[in-house]
Design a protein. Structure first.
Length: 222
């Protein structure tokens, strides 16, 4: 499965999204963190803002819901026409039903877990999702350092996916840079959310290319 780089707009300039989206035109997707100030202690975007992002983006939007009550909201984001909608296991009472609602509206369905959530909590759900997101930081803020505890989780999930022949993407989010992307790729991740490392670079598309190469090399050597 090919490597995918999805810059997180938490590290972008919130009043210059069109300019910043253009600066990451070589990305495989744009990672949009939706936060409600309840599930995580930060507040970002609602459906109106994401709708506008969808209108101006030249690459697919990967929407990550860090919110309570995803059963209500996940469908509304999928209805905007975004590429994928990911919600948190920890916030969901009906993950399979929510995944089906996302898919029925044309988006890929993703399931995310926080650093403290064990893989055993999602093993029975893997086949119901198009993407599994392992958080390598505590969700809520950009610029955090990569937590190595994520590597074992990535490895465990990769083993389960490979055993079943699944084509589900395995995504990692948090503290991804040229060093940590190699570790995560070697553990089995194929989709990478990178914020500060991309938006802090003088040439963002060049950094995306470097990250893609580093991950591809690590995956080929694993």
């Amino acid at each position: 499965m090919s490597v995918k780089i999805q810059p997180s707009i938490l590290s972008a300039d919130f009043v210059n999204f069109e300019r910043d989206f253009a600066s990451i035109s070589e990305a495989d997707g744009i990672h949009v963190d939706v936060m409600d100030g309840h599930f995580v202690p930060n507040l970002t975007f609602g459906t109106g803002m994401v709708k506008r992002m969808q209108e101006i983006a030249q690459v697919p939007l990967d929407v990550h819901l860090m919110i309570e009550n995803p059963e209500l909201w996940a469908k509304k984001y999928a209805e905007l026409g975004v590429f994928s909608v990911t919600f948190h296991l920890e916030a969901s009472s009906y993950p399979i039903e929510t995944a089906n609602a996302i898919k029925s509206n044309g988006s890929r369905a993703g399931l995310a877990i926080k650093p403290g959530t064990p893989v055993s909590d999602i093993e029975h759900l893997l086949d119901s999702f198009d993407q599994i997101l392992v958080m390598s930081v505590e969700p809520g803020f950009g610029g955090q350092s990569f937590m190595p505890v994520a590597l074992e989780k990535i490895s465990q999930i990769r083993s389960r996916l490979d055993e079943s022949g699944s084509q589900t993407w395995l995504q990692v989010d948090g503290g991804i840079n040229l060093e940590t992307i190699s570790l995560a790729a070697k553990a089995g991740a194929d989709t990478f959310v990178a914020g500060s490392s991309v938006f802090g670079a003088s040439d963002r598309n060049d950094m995306i290319a470097q990250l893609r190469i580093a991950a591809s090399i690590a995956r080929s050597n694993s």
